[in-house]
Design a binder for this molecule. Structure first.
Ligand SMILES: [Zn+2]
Length: 84
């Protein structure tokens, strides 16, 4: 079982989409989530001097029944919709 961005979640810091991929179907397993504005998400090559990005990170946890929930790194649940 593999889910990739099948749910819409948004970064609580900048409002960008978040990137995650969860390959395990086992309830309780977690995987890293990062903001779409995090350069590490899409680029392997970057200039530290011209760095403009968002460093928000969290994790995705598989629930019983196969659902995925996204959490902030401190364990609070991520809102599904971004609101200022
Ligand atoms: Zn962000």
């Amino acid at each position: 079982m593999k889910d990739t961005e099948t749910h819409q979640h948004y970064c609580p810091v900048c409002g960008s989409y978040v990137i995650w991929s969860h390959a395990s179907g086992v309830p309780g397993t977690r995987t890293r989530v990062m903001c779409g504005n995090n350069l590490a998400a899409s680029q392997t090559d970057w200039e530290p001097e011209s760095f403009l990005f968002c460093s928000w990170k969290g994790f995705a946890e598989r629930k019983k029944g196969g659902k995925i929930e996204i959490y902030n790194a401190d364990g609070t649940r991520l809102r599904r919709k971004y609101k200022k």
